[in-house]
Design a protein around this ligand. Structure first.
Ligand code: AHR
Length: 650
């Protein structure tokens, strides 16, 4: 079959022009690609949709892991702002004693600004003077990400017995030079605990992260401190909000939902350390924090309302996971009476998310600053309950499902006892199944759902990732992920939602618990992995249905998805060549008439191991080219180790 395709690169260059001419000549001669491979034949009928694609297919899943929140998305810059005793890792607070100043610090369990934060840091200064100050220093979360000409908003609770100690000086200091990059003063009144605010405004210094923060006095005396906070400008200027750069990265993934609050983070290691949502709402002085399952303390500054506002800011819906009485350490709550209060917590949680202000928990949400209810369609009962070897999930699920159905019949319930090896034993609307695989194993899994039963529950692939790169996916992982996404799109009549996990990792030394993670960051910068690009491209060109299609003669590591946006009349082709040989294709696109221009977004890595890093963030990123196609016939070669997302109007 003759093909008529005119390739041209953008931005145009002489080399690209020559390549295009050669390509056209080869095309006219009926030879596809320079590899000598026999072309595979891919036929697609854009006017014949064979199965629907779920509009909510791609979403986000996160949890407190790899310092995703504290030291990550949650914009708080001060590490251990509550002076929590069991803060994991190096105690972040230390003394500053300039010149001959003398001072000591101790945790004072007898006084604090609230019933919950009923303890504080007591700074006792016995000798200090101007230039010889004494106080406390905090390293931030592996530094403080500062930008020029930026205002940072701080607050703290403080108490002094005697104002003779003088004002509290707050200074952001460069680690390398000792230069003060921004400073403020707080005059603390004698007597009761009080909240104070301060602002740090940077000058023209270049952006940096190797900085620390000091709180000092210049006279002898005693100061008690608690809830010492510093925030940069946040996304949408939310008070107590999120880092702008990370929110922008997530927004560019075109997500439709956020599964919250985890993962193992929902369950905790013990029942006691579950995500106890009622303790994560309201004033920060009422949030004690809790021990997370990933070996560090969580401040709960990013609590349930902040999760929901995060959804609102990204214009996505929450997929609300409720604690179901099983914790990762292996304990579970007995069904019946013992489980009742947990079921009630779940009912209350749904009311907090969705209830009108006239309801008990809707009113609480309004009191917390958000009168409008949030949208909700899915409630997930637990997380990875197939790990509960006692087999208690069937009964626990039943107790939760009965209560939730009775009160909220409109919401779909998701069960978590199914996985890649066996099906759920309960009868949910949706079953959450998780896949963590090597590139080879992920590619071998792509037909897993092709023959799966369509008469059981729908599937939520609530966690999935191809894992070999660390801290973030390499190009081999991106190929595995892209191959897997072609299969999820093809089976999206069954798979209603899917979310990669984990999403975020602080790549500073000691920040990561779990490789492989989609987006890397430190105190000041973010970078994205090849897998991130693959996902963002797939989700940005989803379509509403799979077009009838057939392929013959492709290599064993070639994967594809052919969806259409029927209203816009655009074919979205995803072509994944995970082989080290080029894959020539003869495309026959029934329904594509006349001259059309295809836009190709192409992602290529030289090897499976090729990747992006904080210091080389753009090694692999999409490149756009345009190709003219005549009469729906197209000889096109997908280069070795290449992922392409192609839009073709018809
Ligand atoms: O994503 C990391 C962990 O993997 C999740 O917390 C858990 O659900 C899964 O086992």
């Amino acid at each position: 079959m003759k093909t008529f395709a005119w390739h041209f690169e953008r931005p145009a260059s002489f080399t690209a022009f020559c390549v295009s001419l050669l390509s056209l000549a080869l095309s006219l001669a009926g030879v596809s690609g320079a590899s000598g491979q026999t072309p595979a034949r891919l036929s697609i009928d854009v006017n014949h949709v064979v199965s629907p694609v779920s509009p909510t297919l791609y979403g986000l899943m996160t949890e407190e892991i790899n310092h995703s929140y504290d030291g990550g998305l949650y914009a708080e810059m001060i590490q251990n702002r509550n002076f929590h005793e069991d803060w994991e890792g190096e105690p972040p607070w230390d003394l500053v004693r300039r010149g001959n100043a003398t001072a000591s610090r101790m945790l004072d369990k007898s006084t604090g600004p609230s019933e919950t934060l009923n303890y504080s840091m007591k700074l006792s200064v016995t000798e200090a003077s101007a230039g010889n100050e004494a106080g406390l220093t905090n390293p931030g979360y592996w530094g403080y990400g500062l930008k020029p000409r930026t205002t940072y908003t701080g607050s703290l609770y403080a108490k002094v017995d005697d104002t003779g100690v003088g004002p509290l000086a707050i200074r952001m200091v460069s680690n390398a030079t000792g230069k003060v990059l921004a400073q403020a003063k707080v005059v603390v009144e004698a007597g009761a605990w009080k909240r104070y605010e301060y602002k740090l405004v940077t000058g023209t210094e270049a952006a940096s992260i190797a900085n620390h923060l000091e709180f000092t006095v210049a006279h002898p005396g005693t100061v008690w401190l608690q809830l010492v906070s510093l925030m940069p400008p946040t996304f949408h200027d939310r008070p107590n909000g999120n880092r702008t750069d990370l929110m922008e990265r997530m927004a560019a993934m075109h997500p439709k939902f956020l599964r919250l609050p985890g993962g193992n983070y929902l369950e905790g290691m013990t029942v006691q350390d579950r995500f106890n949502w009622k303790k994560t709402i309201g004033p920060l002085t009422d949030r004690a924090g809790h021990s997370g399952p990933w070996f560090y303390w969580s401040t709960d500054g990013l609590g349930l309302l902040e999760f929901l506002e995060w959804c609102e800011d990204l214009k996505v819906e929450p997929v609300l996971a409720v604690y179901a009485g099983y914790s990762l350490g292996g304990t579970h709550v007995a069904t019946g009476k013992d489980l009742e209060s947990y079921v009630q917590d779940a009912l209350d949680e749904v009311e907090y998310v969705t209830g009108e202000v006239s309801t008990r928990w809707g009113a609480e949400r309004a009191k917390n600053g958000h009168p409008a209810p949030f949208p909700l369609h899915y409630i997930e009962i637990g997380n990875e309950d197939y790990l509960d070897k006692s087999g208690s999930y069937t009964e626990r699920y039943a107790q939760f499902a009965q209560a939730l159905h009775a009160r909220y019949p409109q919401y779909k319930l998701i069960a978590t006892d199914g996985n890649s090896e066996y099906e759920t034993k309960v009868h949910p609307d949706v079953s959450d199944e998780h896949y963590y695989k090597s590139p080879a194993d992920m590619m071998d899994l792509v037909h897993h759902y092709d023959a799966a039963s369509r008469s059981g529950p729908k599937i939520f692939v609530g966690e999935w990732a191809t894992r070999s790169g660390s801290p973030t996916p390499n190009f081999g992982d991106a190929l595995g992920d892209a191959a897997w996404m072609t299969s999820m799109e093809r089976n999206s009549d069954l798979i209603v939602m899917a979310s990669y996990a984990p999403l975020l990792v602080n790549v500073s030394p000691g920040g990561m618990e779990w490789p492989t993670d989609l987006i890397g960051f430190d105190a000041g910068t973010t970078y994205v992995s090849p897998s991130y690009w693959a996902q963002s491209l797939f989700a940005g060109h989803l379509g509403n249905g799979t077009a009838e299609n057939k392929i013959d003669g492709e290599n064993k590591r070639f994967f594809y998805s052919a969806t259409v946006s029927e209203k816009e009349r655009v074919l979205h082709l995803k072509l994944v060549n995970a082989s080290n040989l080029d894959q020539p294709l003869n495309l026959e696109l029934a329904g594509v008439k006349g001259a059309r221009t295809a836009t190709i977004l192409s992602l290529h890595g030289a090897t499976f191991e090729a990747t992006n890093t904080l210091s080389n963030p753009d090694a692999i990123r999409p490149v756009e080219t345009k190709v003219s196609i005549l009469g729906g016939k197209w000889a096109h070669t997908v280069k070795a180790l290449t992922i392409e997302v192609i839009d073709l109007p018809y």
